[in-house]
Design a binder for this molecule. Structure first.
Ligand SMILES: *Cc1c(COP(=O)(O)O)cnc(C)c1O
Length: 373
C-alpha cells in the first residue's frame, strides 16, 4: 500500500491544461496573463480590493509587516501556536516577535490574552508595531473580539490566513480581516502552486507598494533604476497558472475535506479519551486538516507510532514558538493552552485525493490503539 500523507497536492487535468497553455504562451515568467487573473480571482475569494501574487506565504508576511510600517526595534505580537514562518517574518524586519497563547475555543490567538497584553503595553507606553493573528488549520480566529482591540489603539492587524483560504468568520471571508491578509500556496496547503503566496488588502496603495518591492523595487523607467532596496518575491506566471487551476477546484476541495472530517468523526465518535478540534461552525471552516486531541499524551504518541508503522503520516500539532530554541529569548503571554495541544494532539491525513476506505483505515488504527489492553 502506498504511503498516506497528511495533505499531498491533488492535481488533475485542469492543472495540466492551464500549465501547458501558460508554457505554450511563451510567458513562463516574469509577467503574463495568468498572474493578473490569479490575483483578481483570489481577491474575490478574500472579498478585498487588491492582491499581489508572491513566491511564498513567508514573502507575503514580510511585505505585509513592511507595508503596515513595522520598524527595526518594534515588538510584534504573534500567535505562538503556529508555523515558524509567522514569527520569522517579524525578525526579517528587525522586529521582535512576542508570543500570545491560544484560546481553547478555536486554538487561535486568545482575545483575552491579547487584551491583557495590550492593556499592559498601553500602561507602559510600549505598543507593538503590529499584531499577527493566524487562522489555524483552516479556521478563522475570533476577529469579532480581536479587530476592535487593535482598532481601538490603532495597531495594524495582519491576518496570517496561510492555511485558511475559503474559510469564513461572521459572514466575512478569510483574508479580509485587519489591514492586510495573506495566503500560502505551498505544496501541503489546501491549494498549491508548488510554492507561492498572496498578499491581499483593501488598501490598494499598500498592495501596489508590495508589488513594487517584490520586483526588486525597480522604478518604472526603461533602464534599471532603483531608489531603494527591494526583493525578488514575485510569483511566476507559470505557477500562477497552476494556482488558477487549483483555485477553480477549491469549492470541491473544501467539500471533500469536510466529508473526510465527517468520516473520521463517525468512525471515532464514541471513543473515550479523544476529541476533535473545536469548530465554531463546520460551514465556516475550510477543512484543511482534521486534528484530534487525546486526554493522555502517551496515548497520542502511541497512536502516532502505530500510524507510522503502517505508513500513515500523522504529525503532532504545531510546536508553540515560545518553546522553540530559535525564540527562547522572546517574551510572551502564555497560559499553557498551546503547549497542551502540542503534547496531546495530532493532525490526520486529510488530502482531498484520499478515499473513504483510507479514512476508515486510519480510524481503525486509532481505534485499535485506543482499545488495546
Ligand atoms: C505555510 C504557512 C506559512 C508560510 O507559507 P509558505 O508559503 O510556506 O512560505 C505561514 N504561516 C502559516 C500559518 C503557515 O501554515
Amino acid at each position: 500500500m502506498t504511503r498516506l500523507y497528511l495533505s499531498p497536492p491533488d492535481l488533475g487535468p485542469i492543472e495540466t491544461k492551464l500549465v501547458l497553455e501558460a508554457l505554450e504562451s511563451g510567458w513562463p515568467a516574469p509577467a503574463g496573463p495568468d498572474l493578473g487573473l490569479f490575483e483578481a480571482e483570489v481577491a474575490v475569494w478574500a472579498g478585498v480590493d487588491a492582491a499581489v501574487a508572491l513566491g511564498s506565504g513567508s514573502a507575503a508576511l514580510h511585505l505585509a509587516l513592511l507595508g503596515v510600517g513595522v520598524q527595526p526595534g518594534d515588538d510584534v505580537l504573534v500567535s505562538s501556536f503556529t508555523f515558524a514562518a509567522t514569527a520569522n517574518a517579524a525578525t526579517y524586519c528587525g522586529a521582535r516577535p512576542v508570543f500570545i497563547d491560544s484560546e481553547s475555543a478555536t486554538w487561535n490567538m486568545s482575545p483575552e490574552l491579547l487584551a491583557d497584553e495590550l492593556t499592559e503595553r498601553r500602561r507602559t507606553n510600549q505598543l507593538p508595531g503590529a499584531v499577527v493573528v493566524v487562522d489555524l488549520y483552516g479556521q478563522c480566529a475570533d476577529y469579532t473580539a480581536i479587530e476592535p482591540l487593535c482598532a481601538e489603539l490603532d495597531i495594524p492587524l495582519i491576518e496570517d490566513a496561510a492555511e485558511a483560504i475559503g474559510a469564513h468568520h461572521a459572514g466575512r471571508p478569510s483574508g479580509s480581516f485587519g489591514r492586510v491578509g495573506l495566503f500560502s500556496f505551498n505544496g501541503n496547503k489546501i491549494i498549491t502552486c508548488g510554492g507561492g503566496g498572496m498578499l491581499v488588502s483593501d488598501d490598494v496603495a499598500l498592495v501596489d507598494r508590495a508589488r513594487y518591492l517584490s520586483s526588486q523595487a525597480r522604478q518604472p523607467v526603461d533602464h534599471y533604476e532603483h531608489t531603494e532596496v527591494g526583493y525578488n518575491y514575485r510569483l511566476s506566471n507559470l505557477l500562477a497558472a497552476l494556482g488558477r487551476a487549483q483555485l477553480s477546484r477549491l469549492p470541491g476541495f473544501i467539500e471533500r475535506r469536510r466529508a473526510i472530517h465527517a468520516g473520521y468523526r463517525s468512525h471515532l465518535a464514541e471513543l473515550p479519551g479523544l476529541r476533535f478540534m473545536p469548530l465554531t461552525s463546520v460551514d465556516d471552516w475550510n477543512g484543511w486538516l482534521t486534528c484530534i486531541v487525546f486526554d493522555d499524551a502517551a496515548l497520542s504518541a502511541r497512536v502516532r507510532a502505530a500510524l507510522g508503522e503502517v505508513d500513515i503520516e500523522a504529525r503532532q500539532l504545531w510546536k508553540p514558538l515560545h518553546l522553540q530554541a530559535a525564540f527562547a529569548a522572546n517574551p510572551g503571554r502564555i497560559d499553557g493552552t498551546s503547549e497542551h495541544l502540542f503534547e496531546h494532539g495530532i493532525c490526520l491525513p486529510s488530502g482531498t485525493a484520499m478515499s473513504d476506505d483510507d479514512v476508515a483505515r486510519v480510524a481503525a488504527v486509532i481505534r485499535a490503539t485506543l482499545t488495546a489492553p
